[in-house]
Ligand binder design. Structure first.
Ligand code: PLP
Length: 384
């Protein structure tokens, strides 16, 4: 059996997204900036896609900028908010220790440029605390950037409350919602969000396309120099087919969100309970319920995540691990370390991320296969 349980890494492009992208390539291949009929047709499709993505977020179309994906949106939002803050003498930024590297590495670069960054602690349940954010905000804080849902352990932050604290203190609030958009209901206004990053390939759109929401009134500077596309804020001829595919995929995800989330949550819970019951020496990472419907993340004592992945792959199961092999040695997931998991335990992590396409049979197959692989890897290691 072949099982794909790595939907947090990427998802298959849906039929609706493929069809919309193809239609754009066939019928609207003009440059949206051209004044002639072919250009106008493309510009109209671009407008329609913008309206549809905006509607799914509770935003207005004028607040949306199309980008190449989550990484670009995060870099843009954080870098330009920091620059705006610096112009007013505000050089302090707040984030958390378990953000995606698109956020963390941008923060590190800004630190090297002289900004001061506070990294909020993440508690054992995989969540930051609203009170701790409030205590960390200073008169010179320019931006708070906290992710909506974590890409490794799936925990969902109290975004509305975090945004409310920022709003009360007059500080801009950016959220990396790459793992949340298309999977959780989002309303940028009701949730006090000033800037939000999203990426199409996490909800069945093609790769290399995403968006940045920026609330009206936030005077975000340009990130890429060039032409006047995206109302002069993001230069470069628009990836129209990708954008149309993304809009179709998002509409479809939002339309079916409730039923999909119910189904995926049931599969996830069966998987979590089955793994914990069948494999001793296992820990579930992150809060049991305040996590993305499709996310299960475990650590197995006495097992290396990479070996586990290879064995699962041989059994036809696509999964992922927080640990990575860099220059010949294994490095533990910064997310698990931020939660206080010790390095040895963190090296034995496994992320299984499900989607509405998955089935009970696939969950059962993983539950039948995984215990044997974990015990054989443990037997191969001394001390187990
Ligand atoms: N932020 C989070 C939370 C992610 O999970 C990812 C991708 O895995 C990104 C940002 C980067 O998005 P993209 O792959 O579109 O650059």
């Amino acid at each position: 059996m072949n099982v794909y349980f790595d939907h947090a890494a990427t998802t298959a492009t849906s039929a609706a997204a493929r069809e919309a992208a193809l239609r754009a390539m066939e019928k609207c291949w003009g440059n949206p900036s051209s004044l002639h009929a072919a250009g106008r047709r493309a510009a109209q499709r671009l407008d329609e896609a913008r309206q549809s993505v905006a509607r799914c977020l509770g935003a207005s179309p004028a607040e949306l900028y199309f980008t190449s994906g989550g990484t670009e949106s995060d870099n843009w939002a954080i870098t330009q908010c920091a620059r705006m803050g610096a112009q007013e003498g505000k050089c302090h930024l707040i984030t958390s220790a378990f953000e995606h590297h698109a956020v963390l590495h941008t923060m590190e670069r800004l630190e090297r440029e002289g900004f001061e960054v506070t990294y909020l602690p993440v508690h054992e349940d995989g969540l930051v605390r609203v009170e701790e954010l409030e205590r960390a905000i200073r008169p010179d804080t320019a931006l708070v950037s906290l992710m909506y849902a974590n890409n490794e352990i799936g925990t969902i932050q109290p975004v509305t409350e975090l945004g409310a604290v920022c709003r009360a203190h007059g500080v801009l609030f950016h959220t990396d919602a790459v793992q949340a958009v298309g999977h959780l209901p989002i309303d940028v206004r009701a949730q006090n969000i000033d800037l939000l990053s999203l990426s199409g390939h996490k909800f069945h759109a093609p790769k290399g396309v995403g968006a940045l929401y920026c609330r009206r009134g936030v005077k975000l500077g340009r990130f890429i120099e060039g032409g006047g596309q995206e109302r002069g804020k993001r230069a470069g001829t628009e990836n129209l087919s990708g954008i149309c595919g993304m809009a179709a995929a998002l509409e479809e995800s939002v339309d079916h969100m409730e039923e999909n989330d119910r189904k995926v949550t049931e599969l996830r819970d069966a998987l979590i309970q089955g793994v914990l019951a069948r494999i001793p020496g296992t820990r579930l990472n992150g809060d049991q319920t305040r996590r993305l419907p499709g996310n299960a993340n475990f650590c197995f004592d006495g097992v290396e995540g990479e070996s586990l992945l290879l064995r699962l792959d041989m059994a036809g199961i696509c999964a992922s691990s927080g640990s990575a092999c860099t220059s010949g040695s294994l490095s533990a997931s910064h997310v698990l370390l931020a939660l206080g998991v010790d390095k040895q335990t963190a090296l034995g992590s496994l992320r299984l991320t499900l989607d509405a396409e998955n089935t009970v049979d696939e969950v059962n197959y993983v539950l039948e296969t995984l215990p044997g692989i974990v015990s054989s890897l443990r037997e191969m290691r001394t001390g187990w």
